[in-house]
Unconditional design. Structure first.
Length: 271
């Protein structure tokens, strides 16, 4: 019987390892054994034996036919494997929790702020403040929105200059279906449009006077863009031979009463 950990010189033609019970054939050099108390079972140090075998062969001291047999306690192996699995599971769980905790602030930062949601919300307009012929401008989603209270004279002139317009029938989808008509409006007297030129996004000026000297004697009144000279009539329809390619855009809107208009929502809900 060898000591708990020992390296014994052997000079017999065949020696038996007391820890493993297996013969180490023709051991002429060394026998490495590792013994443990009976309560824990016996364990043969395979790692140490393999290192010793390799070192002995390199040194030319070991018979090439030498075999070192490593025996392990199955109970100990099973217990170690269970501990490794438990450690891996705990590590993976903690890593997952840490990853989720790290991602939460980034995901939350991607959500729109209260101020951003407010800027995109529908806007109510009191029409009592809009006198006939006047133009009211509000902000919706960071854009100017016009509410023009057209007079009956303005409405009468809308059908007299179609020959000057690029899209008099509003065939291009620049308005909701309910505004695709001669006045481009739900109610003829109130024209609602986004006040940005469809060329490069400049803000046109309101020019209601007929035959303005700088706009020509056939000018029926409307909107003029000073940036590049685009012209629109009082229904936001674009003239021919100007840089702007489309009529002014009309946002979704609806009436909540005779005197209250909401920009940014219609029968289909908020835009």
């Amino acid at each position: 019987m060898c000591s708990p950990t020992c390296v014994l010189p052997a000079r017999r033609s065949e020696t038996w390892c007391a820890a493993s019970g297996w013969p180490t054939r023709r051991i002429e050099q060394w026998c490495l054994c590792s013994c443990r108390a009976a309560a824990n079972g016996s364990s043969y140090s395979a790692h140490a034996a393999t290192e010793l075998l390799a070192a002995s062969r390199v040194a030319g001291q070991m018979d090439p036919g030498l075999e070192l047999i490593a025996m392990s306690n199955p109970t100990a192996v099973s217990r170690n494997a269970s501990q490794r699995r438990l450690l891996l599971l705990a590590t993976g769980t903690l890593g997952g929790v840490g990853l989720v905790g790290t991602m939460v602030p980034f995901v939350a930062s991607m959500a729109p702020s209260q101020a951003a949601r407010s800027r995109g919300a529908p806007v109510q307009v009191n029409l009592d403040t809009a006198a006939p012929g006047s133009l009211v401008t509000i902000a919706w989603r960071g854009k100017p929105v016009w509410i023009l209270h057209r007079t009956w004279d303005m409405l009468d002139r809308l059908g007299r200059h179609d020959r000057l317009l690029a899209d008099p029938l509003s065939r291009e989808a620049q308005q909701p279906t309910y505004a695709r008509n001669a006045t481009r409006a739900l109610r003829p007297e109130f024209f609602v449009a986004i006040g940005l030129c469809t060329h490069l996004g400049c803000v046109p000026t309101y020019r209601p006077e007929v035959g303005a000297a700088d706009l020509g004697e056939d000018w029926p009144g409307g909107f003029f863009c000073p940036c590049h000279g685009s012209k629109f009539d009082l229904a936001g329809r674009v003239f021919r031979a100007v840089p702007a390619p489309l009529n002014l855009e009309i946002p979704p809107y609806e009436y909540q009463s005779e005197t209250r208009l909401v920009v940014g929502q219609d029968l289909n809900g908020p835009a």
